[in-house]
Ligand binder design. Structure first.
Ligand code: FAD
Length: 472
């Protein structure tokens, strides 16, 4: 008897194996659903594991090690032979990515999720047709769209030969002169990686500041360090023309109505990403895209097509892996009949520059924008024993709170390990904590986490390690 294996029926089909999709698939399977996950790439883990969060942080770590070793001289530590072996670094990064992507494959297998390699498209609200797969159609009861996003080209110029973040992370070479177009988090992180590897890096940013969504005081600390490490940051500036030359690129940059020409060996385009929603056959469903090409969903991650859910970079909100994963769990739980909803009060944001920026809850920018009244406490790392001990005193923590109730509204940190420090305040916000709660939680000494409790004390008007305003 010949078994027709080309058509599948499943309770849940998940399109995309990134941090949204694979997490959703595992949760749905654990809740008793039959799950098929469709992924068109050879490796699982999506952009995050293969060409985003993980490879970038692996390189950033190595560049930070070099920097730390270089600065350790003042602490009496000298290295005679500090050099970067590019091939070994590339191999290390690939090993990290491989281990993690294989780990995801192992998790899916153990949970009984069937992974199908191929590209999926909707033909109606219950059926997917697959390209490049052994399976040709999948009939589902529920589907979760987790197809993520891809790089957006620089508008108005030829993008021929430009690096995207993917090529930059591929590290085929370390160009002598690198232009980064875009001073958002991806541009700044990769710009600093290449500066650390030895490139002369220029960043061009259209807006009046780099990292425009973060509070200015946080960004100022990073910008100061960038000015030491990068060749130039050109603000309010726009790349208007880009020509290939024998040496690389001739780039015309416009600022204040004046255009200047600059030679570069390589150009990295980092002006944003666009959702992978245009080739999904959504016209065969009731799902409509918004003006940004994103899929609108409700708090349960359900689209306007009741059988279909959408999560991660394809839906509105900050495009980050941890948000995608949380939405993945919510969608899977809703499908399994649980009363889940996206009730996370905040999605923390981290910029892995040197030093790092991290913030959670309300920013001052948002508070001012929305007319929300707040009190603020700021504590400099320079006043912290641990920061002194590790020789990293640049930066601060700040806490925003409601003036009448003391309820915590937001926390921002700029400094070493800010990415780790922001988890505690995120939990505090989720639990509706107040300044009092932060002050009463004993933060271990000597750690950088003390800066958060100290900032809360400043906000409450009772600091210990910095002086309160003088009494008249
Ligand atoms: P993705 O990870 O994009 O996964 C979608 C998957 O769907 C892909 O594997 C794709 O191949 C597959 N797919 C698409 N269409 C189809 C189809 N029709 N059929 C089958 N498969 C399909 N986020 C952080 O939180 N922290 C960071 O430090 C961070 N750093 C980043 C650094 C860089 C350089 C980049 C580019 C991104 C970074 N991000 C970071 C963002 C993060 O990678 C994304 O927010 C996250 O990957 C989104 O997850 P997702 O599951 O929605 O989609």
């Amino acid at each position: 008897m010949v078994v027709d294996n080309s058509n599948r029926k499943t309770e849940v089909a998940v399109i995309g194996g990134g941090p949204g999709g694979y997490v959703a698939a595992i949760r749905a399977a654990d809740l008793g659903k039959t799950v098929v996950l469709i992924e068109e790439r050879d490796r699982l883990g999506g952009v995050c594991l293969t060409e985003g969060c993980i490879p970038s942080k692996t390189l950033i770590h190595v560049v930070e090690l070099v920097d730390a070793a270089t600065h350790a001289k003042k602490m009496g530590l000298g290295f005679a032979d500090l050099k970067i072996d590019l091939d070994a670094l590339r191999a290390w990064k690939e090993r990290v990515v491989d281990d993690l992507t294989q780990g995801v494959a192992g998790l899916l297998k153990r949970r009984g999720v069937e992974v199908v390699k191929g590209r999926a498209r909707f033909t109606d609200n219950r059926t997917l047709v697959l390209k490049g797969a052994d399976v040709s159609t999948i009939e589902f009861e529920n589907c979760i769209i987790a197809t993520g996003s891809r790089v957006r080209g620089v508008p108005g110029i030829s993008n021929d030969g430009l690096w995207t973040s993917t090529e930059a992370l591929g590290m085929s070479e370390v160009p002598e002169r690198l232009l980064v177009i875009g001073g958002g988090y991806i541009g700044m992180e990769l710009g600093m990686v290449y500066a650390g590897l030895g490139s002369n890096v220029t960043v061009v940013e259209f807006m009046p500041s780099i990292l425009i969504t973060a509070d200015k005081d946080l960004v100022d600390v990073v910008a100061k360090n960038c000015r030491r490490k990068l060749d130039a940051i050109m603000l309010n500036s726009k790349v208007v023309e880009l020509k290939r030359t024998n040496a690389g690129f001739d780039v015309a940059i416009e600022r204040d109505g004046k255009t200047t020409h600059h030679p570069f060996d390589q150009v990295l385009a980092a002006v944003g990403r666009q959702p992978n929603t245009d080739d999904l056959g959504l016209e065969n469903t009731k799902i409509k895209l918004n003006a940004q090409g994103l899929i609108e969903t409700d708090k349960q991650c359900r689209t306007t097509e009741p059988s279909v859910f959408a999560i991660g970079d394809v839906v509105p909100g900050i495009a980050l892996a941890h948000k995608a994963s949380r939405e993945g769990k919510v969608a899977a739980e809703v499908i399994a009949g649980h009363g889940a909803s996206f009730d996370s009060v905040t999605v923390p944001a981290v910029v892995f520059t040197d030093p790092e920026i991290a913030y959670t809850g309300l920013t001052e920018l948002e508070a001012k924008d929305q007319g929300i009244d707040y009190i603020k406490g700021k504590f400099p790392l320079a006043a912290l024993g641990r920061a002194r001990a590790i020789g990293r005193t640049e930066g601060f923590a700040k806490v925003l709170a409601d003036p009448s109730s003391g309820a915590l509204l937001g926390v921002g940190v700029v400094g070493p390990h800010a990415s780790e420090l922001i988890a505690g305040p995120t939990l505090a916000l989720q639990m509706g904590a107040t300044l009092e709660n932060l002050m009463a939680s004993i933060h271990p000494h000597p750690t950088l986490s003390e800066s958060i409790a100290e900032a809360a004390e400043v906000a409450a008007g009772s600091p210990i390690h910095i002086n309160p305003p003088r009494k008249r």
